[in-house]
Every structure is written in structure tokens, then in C-alpha cells.
Design a protein around this ligand. Sequence first.
Ligand code: ABU
Length: 501
Amino acid sequence: PSTSLEAPTSYITAPDRDTHEFFLRKIFELILRENIFDGIQREEKVCKFKLPKDLKETLDFEVGQSPVNNHQELVDLMEKICSLSVKTGHPYFVNQLFSGLDPYGLAGEFVASSLNSSVYTYEVSPIFTMMELEIFEKMRNIIGFPAGRGDGVMCPGGSIANGYAISVARYKKRPSIKAKGLSGGKTLVMFTSEDAHYSSQKLASFEGLGMDNCIGVKVDSRGKMIPEELEKQIEKCIAEDKEPFLVVATSGSTVLGAFDPLEPIAEICSKYKMWFHVDAAWGGGALMSQKHKNLMKGIDRADSVTWNPHKLLCAPQQCSVFLCKDDNVLTDCHATHATYLFQKDKFYDSDRYDTGDKYIQCGRRADILKFWFMWKAKGIQGFEQHIDHIFRLKEFAVKQIKNRESAFQLVLPEPECTNVSFWYVPRSMRHLDTESIEFRDGIHKIAPKIKERMMKTGSMMVTYQPLRNTPNFFRIVFQSSVLTEQDIIYFFDKIEELGED
Ligand code: ABU
């Protein structure tokens, strides 16, 4: 193989050992150095933030008629891309409901990319089809569906998984919709908590129900749906001659990490003959822990569940699963029997193993491999250790905040999941009455200012938001088990340092 980074002599779309092996090795070396090992050490920056105009000056984004001059230029470009990108595998990236870099997950991701499959037929993706069947069954068992029966699909994100819930629930309520569409019949209405992920509203709109027909049910002081309010809203909808068909409960809300009370919600769904979906995109990973799975007591009564292993379980993006109890509804609801993919006269049991017709996508990445490989590598024991560790960190963080009570105030005194939300109160505001307008207006501006400083120094990344009528507050997400108690002390020290004036 060559050891040069000269320009290739032609651009056929196949790797040529002489031309590409050295080039690809250089890229892999870069990935290992910059994104996986040296570049995400604690002393390195999480991000080297630049505003768009400065970024344009640093990296040549323009693509054109002619190729670059040689492979060295491409390696240099990749080097800049890695260096200027946010390092979400860095321990101090606690900004989102994903972070960390699981080595087994990464290996699965790399291998899946190099096999470049599309998981719609067994003939194209035999291994990945079998892995999906295995993993879905195990996940259904963990949820507690009877004998692990049912069906499942991998989705490009939790929003789409929640969209599947709307689609199948609607089909179950009114099967004619598949062929005839929504016109005619009563208005279909779904319910979710006012703190639920925005995907329910978005997908209600996307699937033609309309956002106004996705009702946000009131939550209590801990951010949990109030079942009595749900029932009131359902009754109201019936009184208006509308047809309630779906409740989406949340297990781990996006901001507060709240777990809706699943058992009373299941009762209500069965009383009104409604589909019961649990959006456990965020909290689902806790089902792997004997200690924490009780947060989702009653999830076995759901008709369907969204569960994103790329969140609490730290699989690489994206890894989202929609699971349902009914083994046929996905196919009944979505299949169109395209004869160029799903021929009925194949030499194997294509009805069972050509899984693509039940999906709304056609081409689909083999997201299953990374999760299957992680599960093989560490077993449920490994996932459980990870979950228990990050929940312990959450407890430690809550104690830290309570110990620094003049500088920090918790939004929830006892957060249920591993998102910890709090206000930082700068010294100059500590004498103010926390109920006063002056305090609320002032505190609202603090988190954005500190966030700006954080981004500009690249020292850490933690997000902030208002919620309902609260002023802006920080939300730290404990999701990566590389984090230690020392890191948590660093986060709070750093916020104090950045917010000193
Ligand atoms: N899919 C929800 C992600 C939002 C967040 O990370 O805050």
C-alpha cells in the first residue's frame, strides 16, 4: 500500500488500496486522537466556539466544480472539522440528553457504516434483521409485555417513535384511515402532559390531527401528569363530541426528568378504550436497573413504548426504538406491499423476516448493531452498573446544591431522573426576595449570560431554559458514567466562577 497523500488518479466510488488505505488510516488516527482519546481529556476544551462569520473564515465551506488538490488537504480539513466541533464525548458536555462515547457502541457504529446496509429485507440485512428481532424481544420482556410478545421498529429519533404511536393508535381506533384518510368521522384527540416532549404536538400536526387536538394535561409541582386532570380533559372532549384515542405518558420528561404515574393513567386508558403510549425515550434506560425500574411501575400496561438507548444507556446517536404489544398492528397500519422489495415468492419466510414494510421509512441504517454489540459486551449487568452510577451522581449533585444554598437553588428538591435543574444566584442578588419581580427578571438573565461565557471559554456545556412561568434555569444532565463526584464539584465551581460578577 502507498504511504502518500497525493491526489488520486480517478474518482471511482470504491476504495483502492494504493490510493485510499493510507488516507483512511490517517483519518482513523485523527478520529482516535482528536475525538476519542487526547481531544476529550478534561484539560481540553469542550468546544472552540466561533460565530458563523468567524467559522466561515476558519473553514472553507464552499464546494465547487474542482476537487481539492490532494488527500493531504482532505486530512487537514478533517482535522479542522474535528477540532472545531463540539466534543459531546467530553466529560464536561452535560448539555443534552445524550453524551459520552461508549467504545463498544462506537465499534458497532463504525462497522455499521462500513457495511452500509439498509435494514428492510432479510436478503440485504440478514444479521441486522435477526439482531433487531432479538433486541426487541428482550426490551419487551424488560418492559413486562406478556411473554415479551409484540413488535418493534428502530426509528430515526424518539420523535418519530412517538409518531408511530400516533399512527398505530389512530389505525386501531379507525382502520379506514389507512385508505380513506382523516376526512369524515369525529375529530380524533390525543393527550399528553404539558411538560411532555414537543414531538407529540409536532407529530400530531404532521400526521394531520392538528396541534390543537393534542391536549396538554396539567402537571403537579414535580412535573408529573395529574390523572384527575387527564380524565377531566377526556370528558370535556367527549362532551364536545370528539373522539379521544391516545394518551402519551412521559417517563423522564425532557426538562425536569419527571415520571408520569403510569398505573392510574393506564386505568383511565382502559376505561375510555384509548391507546396507552409511554414516551420513555429519556427514562427508559432505568428499566435496566433493579433499583430504579420502579420509576416506571405500570409500564407493562402500555400498548406501546418509545425507548432511546442513545439517551440514558449511552449508545451512539441515533438509537431509538418503538415497541408495541400488538404483533400485527405495525404491518397492518403501514404495509403497502411494494413488489420490488417484499416479493411474496422468496425462498425464505419473507413475511416474518422482510421487516421493512411495517416502517414508514424505506432505506434505514443498521442502528441496531451498536446497541446489540454494547449489550453483548457488557450485558444487562453493565447497563445496570452505568445507570446506578449516574443516579448516584445525581444524588451527589443535589447534595452539592443544597450545601451551597446561598448560590444555588434547586428547581425540584428531589429530581427523579438524572437531570438536575437549578438557578444560580449571583452574590449581588442574594439579598433580594426570591418572589420579587426584581429577582425574577434578574435571575432570568443570569443563565444565558453564564452560558455565553461557558461557550466562549469552552470550559463546559450545560443548557438552560425557562419552564412554564419560571425564569431561566440551568439543567445539568448526568448521562455519561465517565463522570465523577470531582467533576460535579468542578461544574458548580465553574458556574460560580463564570457568574461571579
Ligand atoms: N430529544 C430531546 C432532546 C432535548 C434535550 O436534549 O434537551
